[in-house]
Design a protein around this ligand. Structure first.
Ligand code: GUN
Length: 293
């Protein structure tokens, strides 16, 4: 069998960022407004620091203002809430993102639900998840939104009747992903750690979205021949073959065995990963436009 079509998220994300830059230029020229994205990072988690740095760089590259607020890990919850309130009231800030996870003494729902829903570029506020769940205009979480763009890019606009399986039920990816696939008229199943016979569930799926955070868990013989496979996993695992202490990035799908069965598949890295920040920038521009009215 021939190998699957590789879904090039890196290239797609680059095109998306070009479109964002053009929209930002228009907003500046026509309205004299520069979209601003504020990012709040509490603590020193290394993965979050890399993420936040990349966000900041790409925000500026697209011509937007980037406001970074880095707070020590022991910052009281009240101070984080006060910062979010201040950003809500700041007219130069159109999008607010609080990097997750937060330290355990801070309530994530409390902080997220303090963000003005109109500035909630992550789409995590309960108002936005409620709007999404009821088919109303919402800020949509970036990773699932990026996955949908890639799925439409390979399968076309009409996904009606396709069987979609989302493996993972997180609020950040699994649940909103299932919602978006449902809105696109797919027949959607959500699988999770208690699902019985996951391989069989996978084999029924025309579209398989893996978002469990378990390295290379989904094997090639679980995949329906020709299926579109979207791998959201980003797992850092030891790679002794590259030298002592070296790590490599893996997905939740065993790419080596999956690529000869799937019709199309996202690689890791270079698939879904680059889409998240590109979609975030898009959401910041959308938030800016809606706030301007
Ligand atoms: N942590 C991991 N992914 C994300 C994300 O998309 N947004 C935020 N705010 N935190 C995250």
């Amino acid at each position: 069998m021939t190998d699957a079509q590789l879904i090039d998220g890196k290239a797609f994300a680059a095109k998306l960022r070009e479109r964002v830059s053009a929209e930002v230029a228009k907003l500046k020229a026509r309205h004299g407004v520069t979209p601003g994205l504020a990012v709040v990072l509490v603590g020193e988690d290394p993965a979050s620091q890399v993420y936040v740095r990349n966000k900041g760089e790409q925000t500026v590259e697209c011509g937007m203002n980037s406001f970074e607020h880095k707070l020590p890990a022991d910052t009281p919850e009240a101070d984080v809430l006060a910062l979010v309130e201040r950003l809500n009231g700041d007219d130069s800030v159109h999008g607010i993102l609080v990097q997750l996870p937060l330290p355990s003494h801070i309530s994530e729902p409390k902080v997220i639900n303090t963000i003005n829903p109109a500035k909630d570029v992550d789409g995590f506020h309960v108002i936005n998840s409620g709007l999404l769940a009821t088919g109303q205009q919402a800020m949509v979480p970036c990773t699932p939104s990026g996955c949908m763009m890639l799925i439409h890019d390979v399968l076309g606009a009409d996904l009606s009747g396709k069987r979609a399986l989302v493996v993972g039920r997180s609020n950040i990816v699994g649940k909103p992903m299932a919602q978006l696939l449902l809105d696109a008229n797919c027949t959607v199943t959500i699988a999770h750690s208690r699902t019985k016979d996951l391989p069989e569930e996978c084999r029924r799926a025309d579209i398989l979205v893996a978002a469990v955070g378990r390295s290379e868990m989904i094997k090639g013989d679980w995949i329906k021949p020709g299926a579109c496979v979207i791998d959201v996993g980003m797992n850092r695992v030891p790679a002794p073959e590259r030298g002592e202490g070296k790590m490599r990035l893996t997905g939740d799908v065993d790419f080596a065995s999956a690529k000869s069965v799937a019709g199309s598949i996202t690689p890791v890295p270079g698939g879904v990963g680059p889409m998240t920040i590109a979609v975030l920038l898009t959401s910041a521009v959308i938030a800016c436009c809606r706030i301007l009215g």
